[in-house]
Design a protein around this ligand. Sequence first.
Ligand code: AHR
Length: 496
Amino acid sequence: GFAQNEVTLDASQAKTQINRQIYGHFAEHLGACIYGGLYVGENNTKIPNINGARKDVIEALKKMKIPNLRWPGGCFADTYHWKDGIGSKKQRPSIVNAWWGGVTEDNSFGTHDFLNLCKELGTEPYLAGNVGSGTVKELSDWVQYVNHNGVSPMANLRKENGQDKAWGVKFWGVGNEAWGCGGNMKAEYYANIYRQYATFMTDWDNGSKLFRIASGANSKDYNWTEVLMRDIPHHMLEGIALHHYSVINWDKKGPAANFTEEHYFKTMQQALFMDELIQKHTAIMDKYDPKKKVALVVDEWGGWYEVEQGTNPGFLYQQNTMRDAVLAGATLNIFHKHSERVRMANLAQIVNVLQAVVLTKEEKMILTPTYHVMEMYNVHQDATNIPVEIKSNDYVFGTEKLPAVSVSASKDQAGVVHISLTNIDINKGQEISINLKGITAKAVTGRVLTSAKVQDHNTFDNPEKVKPTTFTGASISGGTLKVKLPATSVVVLELK
Ligand code: AHR
């Protein structure tokens, strides 16, 4: 049966842009994200590549539309010395990846490789600087190396290494998880460190001012946000980060694919908690910055489960199911709702790590359910958010419940309205009656991502088990749109 839900969209109240940067991704030197996933080396004759970067992955990511990519970490960023990753690949020193599996890397994927890959992808790079074990000079030099077009020691070095023109990188992270792997600092101490590092990050002549992002709170550590907003002058702060993973229990994360309904319910509780989390961090930011000049950057989010059996526990390789698809859909709807303050976000991580959009196995590649959601939702990038009111039915599990339905909507530059809906209830379909205020539309089309079981996923042997299909469950009459959402589904509609 279908449960009843009511939604109102008011297009006359649409004013905030959904910054396309909230559709960003994250690539860390971790497991097979970089080596094997994005990069296979320029001498690889088995896997087609452009300067060492996998062609199949590049094509898939371009189709999905990826506005920004954060690199090289994560925890790895605070161990990374960028000068070890430039110049002749034969002469580069190695680095032991101390956080992730203790593997020795040859530094063959460095600054040039990453920034040229971003060019190829049509994506904006977001570089995370080393604050935990680096120096002010090292980060200041990195900014000069990638952004200075004039004559300077670092610009000259870049030219010697074959790159004449500066790349003009706008987004910079000043450390990562400074409260943890980035140095185990206290908020007050990090605020001072941030001020020092940010002082020497120069806006070179690349035409755009740097967008500096302070290492932000671990989930509900509201005090962290409070101290940073209070102690860092806002003229030197463009964004403040927030990390939140949908993890059931750090000591018992549960399997990625063979999970129970209880696992599923708890994951979704964590995922939907993002709404409250953003509201509360935003309230603190509003107190110090009522004009919302400083962005909230959710630069790590996603589902985190146990690694696949037989894989290195330090590589964080996990399958990706319909659970991840509804998690992504519901989270993006939350970001849309808070688009005034949340102006960038990065799903962790892009290939082969955590909630990846792409998985690879030697020359094979598959797209995950999360990929399909990110691709279906890309119509919202840079569109204007239409406020939504929802009276949702509950998804009940035991004595607990969550709202089953989540909805967001936007109007793009051509005036076309898109509505995205998720039903996290794995047992019941939802009938939704949507009151369209200020929208004149006669026809509706759409796509749906769903599957018989929430555990369903794609494999290298069955790569298209979960993929979007044409949606026929919507009809429009007068000012009302009626939608029949199947259980465990993500739908994107277009009104004409
Ligand atoms: O994404 C994996 C890790 O999670 C990152 O390296 C770190 O920032 C976070 O704790």
